[in-house]
Design a protein around this ligand. Structure first.
Ligand SMILES: C[S@@+](CC[C@H](N)C(=O)[O-])C[C@H]1O[C@@H](n2cnc3c(N)ncnc32)[C@H](O)[C@@H]1O
Length: 199
């Protein structure tokens, strides 16, 4: 319910905090900024296939399919999100281009090298072992494909005693068991021999 109201779900179709630039005026705009950020990683080629790992109601998949002609798949653990997402896909007339399914992003049914781009927006934070998600994403990527992650990471500031309690409360509230820092993330990603860029 709080997502429907607080996140203006029908309009923004995103269950995340968005990217706020100095001139961003609303959550809706911030969510569109995230969509555009992801779009920036779409390769210039025909027949682009993308996977939204932890897709919520499929807003970004719909956005990319509509504006960049991608074939988009989205996976989530929530039946409710799939049902809501399917309504949005129908409303957008994109049934042939966007498909949502109930799957775990650490172990999907897709074959090796299925996607040009795998992205995850505020979803990998929920995994108890983030390395399992990266490993599966790399299995799913075509050679030269990209994994883009927009998420929460642990920082030195969050570890300070004065902030620690607030951070723990927040993690508990959002059912996040732990956050990795940049170094841990890099280590897990590089373990698969993948080039890593944080920014
Ligand atoms: C905060 S929501 C973000 C949804 C979406 N990325 C967005 O920004 O609108 C977190 C999402 O991660 C998904 N998720 C969490 N654990 C998952 C898992 N093991 N496999 C697939 N999806 C998962 C949830 O089902 C939910 O859709």
């Amino acid at each position: 319910m709080h997502y429907k109201v607080g996140w203006q779900l029908k309009k923004s179709k995103g269950l995340h905090l968005g990217l706020w630039h100095p001139d961003t005026k609303s959550l809706h705009e911030a969510i569109q900024n995230t969509n555009e950020k992801i779009a920036g990683f779409i390769p210039v080629k025909k027949d682009i296939r993308v996977l939204d790992a932890g897709c919520g109601v499929g807003g970004t998949a719909i956005y990319l399919a509509k504006n960049y002609r991608c074939q988009a798949k989205g996976i989530t653990l929530s039946k409710l999100q799939i049902s809501q997402g399917k309504d949005y896909i129908r409303e957008a007339g994109l049934e042939g281009q966007v498909r949502l399914s109930l799957q775990d992003y650490t172990s999907t049914s897709f074959t090796d090298g299925s996607f040009d781009l795998v992205y995850a927006i505020e979803s990998i934070c929920h995994a108890s072992e983030k390395a399992d998600v990266y490993k599966e994403a790399f299995r799913l990527l075509k050679p030269g494909g990209k994994l883009v992650v927009i998420d929460y990471f642990s920082t030195e500031k969050g570890q300070r005693p004065e902030n620690r309690k607030l951070l723990e409360w927040w993690l508990h509230l959002w059912a996040v068991s732990a956050l990795d820092d940049d170094y841990q993330t890099q280590k897990k990603i590089k373990a698969d021999g993948i080039w890593f860029h944080s920014g």
